[in-house]
Design a protein around this ligand. Sequence first.
Ligand code: FEO
Ligand code: CA
Ligand code: CA
Ligand code: CA
Length: 741
Amino acid sequence: MNHRVDTPEQAIDFNNENSNHSPNPTFESVLGARLSRRGLLRGGVGTVGTGLLAGFGVTACGGSDDPAPAEPPAGSKLLGFGAVAKSLADAVAVPAGYTASVLFALGDPLAAGVRAYKNDGTDTDFDKRAGDHHDGMEWFGLGADGKRNDNATERGLLAINHEATTDEKLSSFFLHANGGTSTLPRPAAEVDKETDVHGIAVIEVAKSGGKWAYVPGSALNFRLTSLSPIEIAGPARGSAQLITKYSPTGTMTRGTLNNCGTGKTPWGTFLTGEENWFGYFTRGAADDAARGNDKSVTALKRYGRSQGAASRHGWETGGADDKYQRWNNSKTGTSADGSDDYRNEMNGMGYIVEIDAYDKSRMARKRTALGRFAHESAAFGKVEAGKPLSVYMGDDSRGEYIYKFVSTALWSAADANAADRMAVGDKYLNNGKLYVAKFNNDGTGSWIELSLSNAAISGYANYKFADAADIAINTRLAADAVGATKMDRPEWNAVNPANGEIYFTLTNNSARSVNPGSGQYLPDAANPRAYTDMKGTSAQNGNPNGHLVRMKEGASGSSFTWDVYLFGAEAGADKAMVNISSLTADQDFSSPDGLAFSKATGICWIQTDDGAYTDVTNCMMLAAVPGQVGDGAKKTLSYTKTDGSKLDIVTPVGKAATESTLKRFLVGPKGSEITGVAETPDGKTIFVNIQHPGEATAMANVGDAAKYQSQWPANAGYGAGKRPRSATIVITKNDGGVIGS
Ligand code: FEO
Ligand code: CA
Ligand code: CA
Ligand code: CA
């Protein structure tokens, strides 16, 4: 997410919104003992051969019930590198023996004939250039014939999310020569640049002469922007709630927006999650009455758009053209169905979108069966022939939920290499059941189906659900109805290929409190911390440093067990209540966000998007070698409320990390978030995104490079100009070894 640490009002308005006012349980009653944990599972993996997981092939997406090591350990000790120290330098730091190089930065051309990026605010044609705020990313191997090859290690495509753009007072000021227009109306030329830097990019990358580069003129490169035509697929296709002037049949929309986490399907397509899309739309001050105060008003509020809400960039003021007017989500027309305005436009955003990275001629599809919320990553669980596919997902806003989609179709291994990949997506991702997670205080949990057959949903007093499409579009309301567990902002999730367990980052939550006021709620077993952390002289309350939970599916698929894998904290913080995982100076971190397991090594990469510990260190990436659910012990957090009463929270906590199981691998430049990691199948190259370096630069200083918070990557020798740029970097080991060894 866009985390403007020095202008928190931005973050509150357009990211990390707080619309969950449901009375859902948050384990206020968690006071007592919990069931003792079941027997411990297999031991952790501390040493891995480079071919360990190669034998799983496509099924490695979700691992296996019985992942007998394919190869004996090759003696390549994981986490053998020296930890990278915390840093406030304006540079990317990696361990000794590793090299990080800039590969693809904001504005770089990706089509023939596009001039080199000048980086002075005069560039145009952003639909043919790298977008801004590089985020989640996936690798798609290419053979010598330029076609899909899952074994390729030196040529491939990177599919990259371009989540957002560094902004202040409406304008994406680094894109415009003078910083742009910070008042309404916004000039069309500025809006056109800003809409084009959002979306996704697919670029060809190749290694030649030992050096990686992207291929600027590759015919395989393409962009999707916030205006590209995209099909609606799944249960919401054709819904009355998706009728717009652009698509009177409710089957199409334009653009994918605020693309954050990613996924890769077992059949070789790219999944991108639409996260903080609501902030781009405006609503008129009297729109509730214009809508007759119908149920759409309830839905809009639940998704962060009360009437009178301003849009993040004012794109709706770019002109009379439809491509600007579509950002006004008000009822302005007279039709009964919305076919003459954009009152329903926002219902076209908020999905997991499937894209065939190998074939730009195939239109992307919004997979509405996977629900509509502030999507992050989409990670597949165990992929087994003859069984349904599971996809895990989080909703990143304060107090939102964790979800699982289970396909109706049973997996056929032949589909892994089908020629028509989007048709395979139709087969598995258009029909299925959507579940939301309820975490019990005893270390168990249940998946609750979001369906009209559940009386809690069909009879929900706050919102009358009409059909399955209504649940797909208004997923948060359905999850409220069944009493899902409010979490501390679920960001990315990833599935451990060694055992199929599901890891979620819960980045932070300022709404967690032992003495809850309005809009706040008590800590609970799965979100057990509420404390004060000082950032300089500023007190940060709630769960400022975040944590990671992990889940192990039960046999039925309707229940799970869980524990808290790891707590973010400063190394010097109190070990009883804050630094519960006993992190050392080589391990301490705050606000985990990006998350991915290496299929080559089993390393779990943890990336941060922090605003709490940034007085001490820039954001970072850590390498972890986790054990499994239940490998630790339960701990009790004892709180005293202001009225003197006690609140004891008992929670299962994973085995404490050691220097062999958790180590800082990378620290980014000033103002950046580290997000997105992709690897070649041999594990010898990883690609990582550096998002929004210098984002705390004041717009007023846009002409004065000396006042930029960051000058990266120019100060690393990359590209023209000194304005900071989001970028993809490539990391290799100097001895040609496996990353993380
Ligand atoms: Fe875009 Fe919630 O991270
Ligand atoms: Ca993120
Ligand atoms: Ca960010
Ligand atoms: Ca602090």
